[in-house]
Design a protein around this ligand. Structure first.
Ligand code: DOR
Ligand code: ZN
Length: 423
């Protein structure tokens, strides 16, 4: 299907475009509007924004292994409904994506039943145990786009040093979940005023900070890219800011929940507020906003982490960490970052396109003529209320039920095909 999207505000941070114009799609690729036949279908998008397809660097699809919580089909449907055209699938599945077979499995299912593009991430260590390096070369050959042990953090610095070296050889960025296990001491929430008041075991910010320091040192030693996942603490933002000023190749992401919620919510004892890293203090939240504004943090990623109601419906202490995010991320970011004046619209869009594409080192997340037509259409002012009953995701573990948002994705196009349309 060939068409021209017209009258929208077109924003492409990679090409520095922000103007009202036309975007043409021909045979699934972005084309020159001037070279389309006169009878090409025209879709009027006055008042909407056309952006490169959003990329989520941090998604748990639970397939293989925990398909009662999510599958590649439902997870990609949720991604499409949230405005994402490419998602990076974390390797903490069962079996883990620590071998080429599991990468093939993910790619095969994505091909068969995926609604958006699935980019598999390989595990850094066998079964994410942090003991033995996985076969990084064969993960790359099988199609992995990055390496991570997300959910866990390799504690052995010597092993981590070797992993970073190997990942440089195979040109794979590292996406690291940073947490020192001894300092975390099996905590369940942020260590601070609220953990003391509630009598719950705390995870100090220092646990995250310490491992980010470690990664900064290893990135400097090896001159290789390390991307810090879900940065949550103000100290982490400060050290990343300094490291980037020093020219070290570290990047960082913030999640929609860490920029919009704090640990005060834990007083509800609702496990939909339990995730790792935990919600921290208001000061931490404000530091994340500053980090986004000054590009210490170049990426927004969801850490979409589906869990079944049965798993989550236990005492706070026993519930698994994680919340879903694909179908609320854009709404939250538009409301909290754009409408509240933290980021301009092009700047916000860069965190969902240019930033993640740079981490991956891939020519995606832009509207260059000739590239696959992966496009996200936004209605910047549409008001919605989050209703988990409407989610495409198999899971419902979100703290954002009832959240009033301004701005959302109203169209998602993958290879020229509408996979979501709500206008
Ligand atoms: O909250 C989290 N949930 N944090 C992680 O790092 C892993 C994730 C999961 O897999 O459930
Ligand atoms: Zn994580």
């Amino acid at each position: 299907m060939n068409y021209i999207l017209e009258n929208a505000r077109v924003i492409d941070p990679v090409q520095n475009i922000d103007s009202v114009g036309d975007i043409a799609v021909c045979d699934g690729l972005l084309a020159d509007p001037a070279k389309m036949p006169a009878d090409t279908e025209r879709i009027d998008l006055k008042g909407k924004v056309v952006a490169p397809g959003f990329i989520d660097l941090h998604v748990h699809l639970r397939h293989p292994g925990k398909t009662q919580a999510e599958t590649i089909h439902t997870g990609t449907l949720a991604a499409a409904a949230g405005g994402f055209t490419s998602i990076v699938a974390m390797p903490n599945t069962s079996p883990a994506a620590d071998n080429p077979g599991t990468i093939h499995f993910v790619l095969t299912h994505a091909e068969r039943e995926g609604v958006v593009k699935v980019l598999p991430c390989g595990a850094m260590t066998k079964n994410l145990e942090g003991k033995e390096m996985s076969s990084i070369g064969s993960l790359k050959a099988a199609g992995a786009v990055a390496l991570s042990d997300d959910g866990r953090c390799v504690q052995d610095h010597q092993l981590m040093r070797h992993i970073v070296h190997y990942s440089r050889t195979f040109n794979l960025p590292i996406l690291d979940h940073c947490g020192d296990l001894l300092l975390e001491a099996e905590g369940v929430m942020h260590e601070g005023e609220w953990s003391v008041l509630l009598g719950m075991k705390g995870m100090p910010s220092a646990a995250e900070e310490l491992m980010i320091y470690r990664d900064i040192i290893l990135s400097r030693m090896t001159n290789w890219k390390i991307h810090i996942q879900h940065v949550s603490a103000k100290e982490s933002v400060a050290i990343l800011r300094q490291a980037r000023r020093d020219g070290i190749r570290v990047t960082g992401e913030a999640t929609p929940h860490h920029i919009s919620l704090t640990d005060v919510e834990i007083k509800r004892f609702d496990s939909n507020y339990k995730m790792n890293p935990p919600l921290r203090s208001e000061e931490d939240r404000l530091a994340l906003l500053e980090g986004l504004a000054d590009d210490t943090l170049t990426v927004i990623a969801t850490d979409h982490a589906p869990h079944t109601a049965t798993e989550k419906m236990v005492e706070f202490d026993y519930a698994p960490f994680g919340i879903i995010g694909l179908e609320t991320a854009v709404q939250i970011c538009m409301t909290e970052l754009y409408h509240k004046g933290v980021l301009s619209l092009p700047h916000l869009i860069s965190k969902l396109t240019k930033g993640p594409a740079e981490v991956l080192g891939l020519d995606i997340g832009n509207l260059k003529t000739g590239n696959p037509a992966d496009i996200t259409i936004l209605d910047p002012d549409r008001e919605t209320v989050v209703d988990p009953d409407q989610f495409k995701s198999k899971s419902r573990n979100t703290p954002f039920a009832g959240y009033r948002a301004k701005g959302c994705a109203v169209g998602t196009i993958v290879n020229g095909k509408f996979v979501y349309k709500a206008f």
